[in-house]
Design a protein around this ligand. Structure first.
Ligand code: DP6
Length: 359
């Protein structure tokens, strides 16, 4: 597939108005996307678990207007008009207009809400952009009813990527690969694909508890962060390492080798942060409590033989990943030991799931 494959054929139907609603989840990367080229093309492949509970629900209502030069839309979060969301959506519409030429022919009312609190330090861009892309794809499907299901899903992921790279991994589940990799059939830089090979039963219903260490706004926006990889002294080695880690994941996922899984996932998290610490300008996005939690996890693993591990995004919050059969013991460990390092003791229990749904 190339970009051109996502340019639509002339539409066969016309519609005046309507509305569609989708709910789309967040995702947590095991091998991280960090660094991108023009047009949201990732520097390296990544793989993520799709989450089940941290989700965005979006309804797009649309009505025909006389086409003008500008996009016509309004955005509401939890029923409140959000002028400050408009620039990001206008940029998104600008990037996808060639692929959805109807965008200037309608007025859109975009109503969105998240299952997780806005001030939780959990980014809503992946779930938000994928839910919006899916609603827009339903409009295109109404204009072009013979569209097949694979095209629908791949184009939704393709569009979501243009909103926020990691959003392209939030359409399907439970494991999604984004970025071309020689050992993963069908992998593409343009959209996410469901991981195509055998996955051991121990990864079914894998748990992700998000420890909310810092609920503040991101210190470094992802755009700034990705840009720091341009000219970074260790960038090329890092991109190579991600390819190696992706190859290793194939046998790890098949065999259920949790020790090797832990080694790669934790190394990826720390490498992501190491890239930020060694860029110019440099940033430390972990907080003292992030390190306290990591040290407690390592001690707990040593003492109990648990397969609990952590990963991090570009912030201080810690994602705890563990198999379902450890759920009750790990939750006890969280309550007795780790919750004390979270802001107001807050954490969110999530579990991997199958992806976005139409409502
Ligand atoms: C650290 O997808 O938020 O979460 O493409 O600029 O919107 P943009 O970046 P974004 O990057 C997030 C990267 C990460 C790692 C990952 O999810 O792979």
């Amino acid at each position: 597939m190339t970009e051109k494959d996502f340019l639509p054929q002339p539409y066969t139907q016309t519609i005046e108005n309507g509305h569609y609603s989708w709910t789309a989840p967040s995702n947590i990367a095991l091998v991280k996307y960090w660094g991108k080229k023009e047009h949201q093309i990732p520097e390296n492949p990544s793989i993520s678990f799709t989450l089940g509970h941290c989700k965005t629900t979006t309804t797009v209502s649309f009505s025909k207007i006389v086409e003008t030069d500008a996009f016509s839309f309004e955005v509401f979060l939890d029923g409140v008009l959000k002028e400050d969301f408009k620039p990001k959506i206008a940029t998104f519409f600008e990037r996808i207009h060639a692929y959805l030429p109807f965008l200037k022919q309608f007025h859109f009312k975009i109503e969105t809400s998240n299952t997780f609190p806005h001030s939780s330090g959990i980014a809503s861009s992946a779930s938000g952009m994928s839910a919006l892309a899916l609603c827009l794809m339903r409009i295109e499907q109404a204009l072009q009813p013979d569209m097949n299901a694979t095209y629908f899903t791949q184009k939704a992921s393709f569009l979501a990527r243009l909103g926020s790279g990691s959003a392209c991994r939030s359409i399907e589940g439970p494991l999604v690969v984004w970025g071309a990799h020689s050992a993963i059939d069908g992998s593409s830089n343009l959209f996410g694909v469901p991981y195509p090979y055998d996955v051991h039963d121990c990864f079914k219903k894998y748990q992700d508890t998000i420890l909310l260490v810092d609920k503040g706004e991101k210190q470094v926006s992802s755009t700034v962060g990705h840009n720091l990889m341009h000219g970074h002294p260790f960038a090329q080695e890092r991109f190579k390492q991600a390819h190696t880690h992706m190859s290793a994941m194939v046998s790890i996922l098949k065999e259920g080798d949790l020790d090797r899984f832990i080694a790669i996932v934790e190394s990826e998290a720390l490498t992501l942060h190491a890239m930020m610490m060694t860029s110019m300008p440099y940033f430390i996005l972990m907080k003292p409590n992030t390190l306290e939690i990591i040290n407690h996890i390592w001690a707990y693993r040593e003492a109990t033989g648990s397969k609990l591990c952590f990963t991090l995004d570009a912030g201080a919050n810690v994602h705890l990943l563990y198999p379902e059969n450890e759920a009750s013991t790990v939750l006890e460990f969280i309550d007795t030991t780790l919750a004390g390092y979270c802001q107001n003791g807050h954490y969110i229990n999530d579990v991997i799931d199958l992806g976005a749904k139409e409502l």
